[in-house]
Design a protein around this ligand. Structure first.
Ligand code: NHW
Ligand code: EN5
Length: 387
């Protein structure tokens, strides 16, 4: 059934329930000299190359490919529109490898496919695994179903192995072999009128538009004393708080201060983080964050972009998570976001319904490459959010 995935070191459907198989790597590393040295060029009509994101021109080409050909929802109303600033942030974390940003050109030099990896340390139960997070796999619409995706995947695998890294993590909306968990997207309407106008929501069951809009009204000001934007001097305290909090999940990032500085310090229109500094002790007790990815609205007369906030990492120790997340919604509303999305990972299920999130029609599956888990996880056992 999966001609490509059957050949790869991933959990196969037939492994499920085979509790005798051990947890951990599926294949052992080979000597680096045994890693294939030549790129997996499909045919002479194509050329694989490294995308230098320092180059404004290359970055724009990647941005344009993704803007026109990346993920859409099942009714093709929306398509992700990751900004250039976001892509640069997402693809150049501490210790990144330029060679893991891979493009495919045709002879006319036009960019027709892309895939990327970044290094990350992920804790799986008691052990930390250095792996590649793979994202932004995209093939031009006119070149679909020609088995170019397996070429891009094999090439990124080869370049990852050249760095002596043998595992990977990735997410997808589609079912491949074999998810470690399946998550649901939930959506909190911030701009109900626009969401209806563009077909993101339907109003049925509501008597009037006014009643509907009132239902989603939020306070003007955040409620928690000591709630403020994260600043550079908070990095150490936030790292401690987050590391402690993430211990409870089976799979979670192993963030150090450099990672927190990169991934969580606020960056205009990319990532936004707030925290609670106790007015008495000045300790940092709680934290919440979201990142920004707009979507293109594919056929609307009135609007062309949907501004979407995605719940990222949240930690509550003193402030109830419900109140903290309500403050996060207020921040997002003030910044003119149309909708706030969250997955049912970590402790999110404890606030989604009460804060008027609704389940969406999309699912997100999480995968590991060359690493077997004995059991499928509940989404609440997952402490990892990929962009
Ligand atoms: S998920 C978003 C992926 N991108 C999109 O959905 C954009 C729109 N779609 C496209 O561009 C986030 C194309 O449809 C793509 C497939 C390129 C998706 N992941 O070329 P063919 C990520 O970026 C399998 C993995 O003919 P196509 C995560 C499919 O099952 N595999 O298809 C990326 C089939 O294999 P099978 C996927 O439609 C993780 C084969 O591709 C897939 O022209 C990558 C068909 O290929 C997906 N999302 O192009 C894996 N979608 O066995 C990383 C389809 O069933 C693994 N397929 O015959 C780790 C590597 C590193 C290891 C290091 C040690
Ligand atoms: C790589 N990092 O399906 C990720 N989005 O629910 C790639 N639905 O937005 C993989 N269909 O349900 C990502 N509104 C896979 C996700 C692909 C995109 C996707 C879904 C997630 C989505 C919306 C719009 C549906 C449009 C028609 C949706 C209804 C919920 C509504 C919200 C407001 C309050 C009432 C209910």
């Amino acid at each position: 059934r999966h001609k490509f995935w059957e050949t790869q070191p991933v959990i196969q459907i037939s492994d499920l329930g085979e509790t005798s198989l051990p947890e951990g790597p599926i294949q052992q590393p080979t000597l680096l000299s045994e890693v294939k040295q030549e790129p997996y060029n499909p045919t002479a009509a194509y050329e694989l190359f490294t995308c230098d994101l320092d180059s404004e021109e290359v970055c724009s080409e990647v941005y344009t490919l993704l803007t026109n050909h990346y993920v859409e929802d099942e009714y093709r109303l929306f398509r992700f529109n990751y900004s250039k600033e976001f892509l640069r942030w997402a693809l150049r974390p501490p210790g990144y490898f330029p060679s893991w940003h891979i493009g495919l050109r045709v002879t006319s030099k036009k960019l027709v496919a892309f895939i990327s990896g970044i290094p990350a340390k992920i804790r799986i139960r008691d052990g930390v695994v250095v792996l590649a997070e793979i994202n932004f796999l995209c093939v031009h619409k006119k070149l679909r179903s020609r088995r170019l995706a397996p070429v891009m995947i094999k090439e990124v695998s080869r370049r990852v192995r050249m760095e002596n890294i043998w595992q990977a993590a990735y997410t997808a909306g589609v079912v491949l072999s074999t998810p470690i968990t399946t998550c649901l997207f939930w959506h909190r309407s911030l701009n109900p009128k626009k969401l209806i106008d563009v077909g993101f929501t339907r109003i049925d069951g509501w008597a009037t538009m006014t009643g509907y809009i009132n239902f989603y009204k939020l306070p003007e000001q955040t409620a928690t004393p000591g709630f403020r934007k994260m600043e550079p001097h908070d990095v150490a305290a936030v790292t401690r708080l987050l590391r402690e909090y993430l211990k409870q999940f089976v799979v979670a990032p192993d963030f150090d201060e450099n990672d927190v500085e990169h991934w969580l310090l606020p960056k205009e229109d990319v990532v936004d983080s707030s925290l609670v500094e106790s007015p008495e002790s000045h300790e940092i007790t709680d934290f919440c964050s979201f990142y920004t990815v707009s979507s293109s609205i594919l056929d609307s007369q009135t609007h062309s972009v949907l501004k979407v906030a995605y719940s990222y990492y949240n930690v509550s120790t003193e402030t109830p998570l419900l109140q903290l997340m309500n403050d996060a919604l207020i921040v997002a509303k003030k910044k003119d976001f149309d909708v706030f999305n969250a997955l049912d990972v970590m402790q999110n299920e404890t606030f989604l319904k009460e804060l008027k999130f609704n389940p969406g029609d999309g699912k997100l599956r999480y995968y590991l490459y060359n690493y077997r888990l004995k059991h499928i996880l509940r989404s609440s056992e997952l402490g990892l959010v990929l962009l």
